[in-house]
Design a protein. Structure first.
Length: 266
């Protein structure tokens, strides 16, 4: 049985550093140019209109491509409906578009470009299942959310999924398992996921649920702080708290760890 058949019908996070223009060719697959031409042209027209700021025209073209199975168009429409970007916000429609991608592309090879978007769809589904969608048949389902995150984290190795799965092991969604939570945090942190770096660093620095390693914890908090954005005050606060409490020796060791980690990624 195919993985997509086992998982059934599924459905938000942004893929950092990826724009509509940069992923225009992500889902072209292996069918012939003749088969792809019409929906691909519709998608390209929608992409050009979106980038030009004509979102009404973009939606019309993307809808045309999405109805004929163009996954990149489905993904973009899912994002637009989830955010109310050029359309009225509609989480049910967003859920449906992400579900179409997950159902059709769950078995895509994890080392392909499009795998990042398939994984993103699974994470989006997981986030919807965490809270449910009020006034719709989409109910909160912790077990289903965990299933979505686990699939994207394990099969696709997606760092956002790994972080979300870790939080479920640490905060809820079943029996608490700090060891598993720390494991998934470590996998995501090593891929540069700043939220995972911050949470793992806080746990290590303070010895919360895992053995205390202050210098290593400060390393992760330093890396997370360096990557923190405007909405990440909590990360900066955790870093400032640890930096103020760290001894000079811990600060020196942490700096050495940061340098070594950064060199390994070059």
């Amino acid at each position: 049985m195919r993985t997509s058949d086992r998982l059934g019908a599924f459905a938000v996070v942004t893929l950092a550093g990826l724009t509509l223009a940069s992923v225009a060719f992500a889902f072209e697959g292996t069918t012939s140019k003749k088969d792809q031409e019409s929906p691909y042209q519709a998608f390209r027209a929608g992409a050009r209109a979106y980038i030009a700021g004509d979102k009404a025209s973009a939606v019309n073209s993307l809808l045309d491509a999405a109805k004929r199975g163009h996954a990149m168009a489905q993904w973009k429409l899912g994002r637009m409906y989830a955010e109310g970007d050029g359309v009225e916000k509609d989480d049910v429609k967003a859920f449906d578009y992400f579900s179409q991608i997950a159902n059709a592309h769950a078995d895509d090879a994890p080392d392909t470009v499009q795998a990042r978007f398939v994984a993103n769809a699974f994470v989006a589904l997981g986030n919807y299942y965490l809270e449910g969608v009020p006034g719709s048949p989409i109910r909160a389902d912790q077990a289903r959310a965990k299933e979505m995150f686990s699939y994207a984290a394990s099969y696709f190795g997606d760092p956002d999924a790994q972080y979300n799965l870790a939080r479920m092991y640490l905060d809820g969604g079943g029996p608490k398992d700090a060891r598993q939570g720390a494991r998934w945090l470590g996998l995501a942190a090593n891929k540069g996921q700043r939220e995972a770096q911050a949470v793992l660093g806080h746990m290590l620095f303070n010895g919360i649920d895992i053995p205390k390693q202050s210098a290593r914890g400060l390393m992760w908090l330093t890396l997370a702080n360096s990557a923190a954005g405007s909405g990440d005050k909590w990360i900066r606060d955790l870093y400032a708290e640890a930096a103020a409490a760290a001894t000079p020796e811990e600060q020196t060791k942490a700096a050495d760890y940061v340098e070594a980690w950064s060199k390994d990624r070059d």
